[in-house]
Design a protein around this ligand. Structure first.
Ligand code: C5P
Length: 404
């Protein structure tokens, strides 16, 4: 979103007050935001609030002498990377479906060629009305991206569909629309999180993996329009939008899920912190505390990634992670070779800001030729973007000449 230009159109519904927070989210993410309001929207929220938050004058008059000196509506329509309409009222949606351009906002909507995201918000009966549903279908046919409103308690004291979609959902969809679809048509499998290996019904062996790196990888690939399946051990994270989540608990479950999908994948990234061992026996009841020591015998779990490396179809890209506390490069390179990987992402668990549970990661990426690239300590989402840039280059190298 950094450096992108977003035009936020606000129409006159009670959810207009939420647009202020949306402006803040976009600005915080580095976008330049130009707000355009309908006359009715100004009854709900003042242009001054939105001007202060966006740092730019708010447009609302079609025949504003100053703005029209350079044909303001056409200029605004041309210079934006994305238009977001939030809230989009039944009236605005109806005008858009009919191609009406009778104010500043609807004129820009007709003039722009940028992707356009419609975030409906209205009373449930207005939303369900066949005319509104027909108009929304028309907008979809015209190529606009229409979000589903949320269901719940509405400002008019009624219950049902019609609430403005949640701001995180709007933000994420906007981000996806601003991202080039460089992984379109690619099937991608990402594993994430820890696995839990129970030794009685309420206790297990595991590790502190949060799943953040794998979830960031899945979200970033989905944003680039890949078809993403995320096989994840237990985490407290919200699954990224547009990703198929397969939740698992144990290594055996993760192996079954991954092996069942692997053959048809273009790229597999195993970022899960898989438990290498599992208790041989699982007690049927909670183990009682006794005076002496408790011994648990562990059996080796299958190495899922090594198995994938053995049966890797030609052209598939296989990426592993190596979390190490010593001899980072030597150990990671050994795994790359032994598991037949194309890339390995090594991180030093002893380095601060890197590894389990943190929001950042500092990794070294090693390829089959032995080239190692150090990435600085960055938020996991940025690490994910850089890893996909690297994987995309590998996919390009593999593609038959003239295709991608
Ligand atoms: O050998 P090590 O466990 O350090 O290798 C780490 C890589 O192997 C990670 O990509 C991890 O997801 C994967 N792995 C696996 N199955 C295991 C252990 C690790 O797929 N049993």
């Amino acid at each position: 979103m950094k450096g992108k230009s977003i035009l936020l159109g606000i129409s006159g519904g009670i959810a207009a007050y939420k647009a202020a927070e949306l402006v803040r989210c976009f600005v915080k993410a580095g976008a330049s935001v130009q707000v355009v309001m309908t006359k009715n929207a100004r009854q709900f929220i003042t242009p001054l609030t939105l001007q202060t938050l966006s740092g730019q004058p708010v447009g609302s008059e079609l025949f504003d002498e100053q703005a029209e000196a350079r044909i303001g509506h056409i200029h605004a329509a041309r210079t934006t990377d994305l238009m977001v309409l939030a809230p989009a009222t039944a009236n605005l949606i109806a005008k858009m479906a009919a191609g009406i351009a009778d104010d500043y906002l609807t004129t820009i909507i007709l003039a722009t060629t940028a992707p356009l995201l419609v975030c409906p918000s209205m009373n449930v009966k207005m939303y369900e009305h066949p005319a509104t549903q027909r108009n929304l279908a028309t907008l979809r046919q015209l190529g606009y991206h229409v979000m589903e409103p949320e269901s719940g308690y509405l400002a008019c004291n009624e219950e049902g569909a019609g609430r403005l979609p949640g701001l995180p959902a709007i933000f994420e969809t906007a981000e996806r629309l601003l991202t080039a679809p460089s992984l379109r048509g690619k099937r991608i499998l990402v594993s994430a999180g820890p696995t839990w290996e129970f030794f009685d019904p309420v206790r297990y062996l595991s590790n502190p993996s949060s799943g953040k790196m794998g979830f960031a990888l899945a979200a970033a690939a989905a944003r680039r329009s890949a078809q993403v399946t995320l096989v994840s051990g237990p985490t407290s994270l919200v699954p990224p939008r547009g990703v198929d989540l397969i939740p698992v608990t144990t290594t055996a479950e993760m192996q079954a899920a991954v092996d069942g999908l692997a053959a048809r994948m273009d790229v597999i990234v195993m970022s899960a912190a898989v438990s290498d061992y599992r208790p041989v026996e699982v007690a049927p009841q909670k183990l009682k505390k006794t005076a002496g020591e408790l011994h648990i015998t562990l059996a080796k779990n299958p190495d899922i990634l090594a198995g994938l490396g053995c049966s890797k179809p030609s052209g598939q890209i296989l990426v592993g992670f190596a979390a190490e506390t010593e001899n980072l490069v030597e150990n990671a390179t050994e795994k790359l070779v032994k598991k037949n990987l194309d890339l390995i992402v090594a991180n030093n668990l002893k380095q601060s800001g890197s590894g389990f549970g943190t929001d950042t990661n500092a990794v070294r990426v090693i390829d089959r030729e032995g080239h190692a690239t150090d990435l600085p300590c960055l938020p996991k989402m940025e690490v994910a973007e850089l890893l996909w840039d690297r994987i995309e280059r590998l996919l390009e190298d593999r593609a038959p000449h003239g295709t991608s």
